[in-house]
Design a protein around this ligand. Structure first.
Ligand code: CUA
Length: 336
């Protein structure tokens, strides 16, 4: 009984979770909007069917109560004339209902496929335990942009995303924009996105992929084409040189110690490729694939002891002197 009360009390809280930036009923992308319409159609048809069944059952019970006849009597006399129309009516209803839902599903599928026929943008997203490597592909590699754990997308522009994985199966899911797609090691899959509304959304890995599966999020920004162009050209630039002695000490530490073996910072000797590219790290909304918001305090915490904040993550805890930590944070904060 107590459990039932708790579930009822928690229901509004659970519903409150289904809003805003991570909402499969958001309909902010072409595919998601199609799914929402299809879902509503299924709801209406199934609700109507449900009430017809309940009404038929209520009538049957009411008639049975009213009559003094036994079940056998009724079968042979009173109800025999109803059997054929009920049978035909009911079968007809099922056939019409199921056919309508099948046709609607087919049309939705076709519409989704057609909406992204001519992509204007090609991305490759590679899943890693537990972060996303994002690459904006261009015929001219000098204009390719690499970032991590974030997507910037121009509104009303069809985007083709090639999906890969370096380790285990993950799943790419931005509920507001489109359905899920698995990322499978050794295989390429893909997904089409056509965002219809500007805004900030959240993507989430939707396939259990290890201890930090829940902290494998993706910050998605859908913006006007002008804002997207501005963002894109800012990402093409290499990192600004340090402006203060403290920042310079941070850069020195980064490029001569452990950090540069894994991370890349464009325009510096740090060229590691197995961890998130940090060239424009400080311009992102979050740290460690959505594990915490981007701010000075979290940056200190994350660099000082990543294993306490995201246990199992491949970012090791390096014993840093306080002066080294200050310098690193000061330098990383310049990477806008
Ligand atoms: Cu990656 Cu779950």
């Amino acid at each position: 009984m107590t459990a039932r009360i708790w579930i009822l009390a928690l229901f509004p809280v659970m519903l409150a979770g289904c809003n805003g930036f991570q909402n499969a009923m958001g309909g902010d992308g072409a595919e998601s909007a199609n799914f929402v319409s299809l879902f509503k159609l299924f709801m209406v048809v199934c609700t109507v069917m449900y009430f017809i069944i309940v009404a038929a059952m209520a009538v049957a019970i009411w008639r049975r109560r009213k009559s003094a006849l036994t079940v056998d009597d009724r079968r042979h006399h009173e109800t025999s004339h109803l059997v054929t129309p009920v049978l035909f009516g009911w079968t007809g209803l099922i056939v019409v209902g199921l056919t309508a839902l099948t046709v609607a599903s087919f049309l939705t599928d076709r519409s989704n496929a057609a909406s992204a026929m001519k992509p204007a943008l090609h991305l490759t997203v590679t899943a890693n335990q537990w972060w996303w490597d994002v690459r904006y592909e261009q015929p001219d590699v000098s204009t390719t942009v690499r970032t991590a754990n974030e997507l910037h997308l121009p509104v009303d522009t069809p985007v083709h995303v090639t999906l890969k994985s370096t380790d285990v199966i993950h799943s790419f899911w931005i509920p507001n924009l489109a359905g899920k797609q698995d990322l499978i090691p050794g295989r390429m899959t893909d997904v089409q996105l056509l965002p219809r509304k500007t805004g900030l959304y959240r993507g989430q890995c939707a396939e259990f992929c290890g201890i930090q599966h829940t902290q494998m999020a993706l910050d998605v920004t859908v913006e006007s084409k002008t804002d997207f162009e501005r963002w894109y050209s800012s990402q093409l630039a290499t990192a600004k040189p340090p402006a203060t002695p403290l920042q310079l000490a941070g850069l020195r530490y980064f490029t001569t110690r452990e950090c540069s073996a894994c991370h890349n910072i464009g325009g510096t000797p740090a060229g590691g490729q197995v961890a998130p590219d940090l060239t424009h790290f400080a311009s992102r909304r979050s740290i460690a694939a959505g594990a915490m918001p981007m701010n000075k305090g979290n940056l200190y915490g994350w660099i000082a002891d990543p294993q306490s904040l995201k246990p199992g993550s491949h970012m090791p805890t390096v014993g840093l002197e306080p002066s080294e930590l200050h310098a690193l944070v000061a330098y990383l904060e310049t990477l806008k």
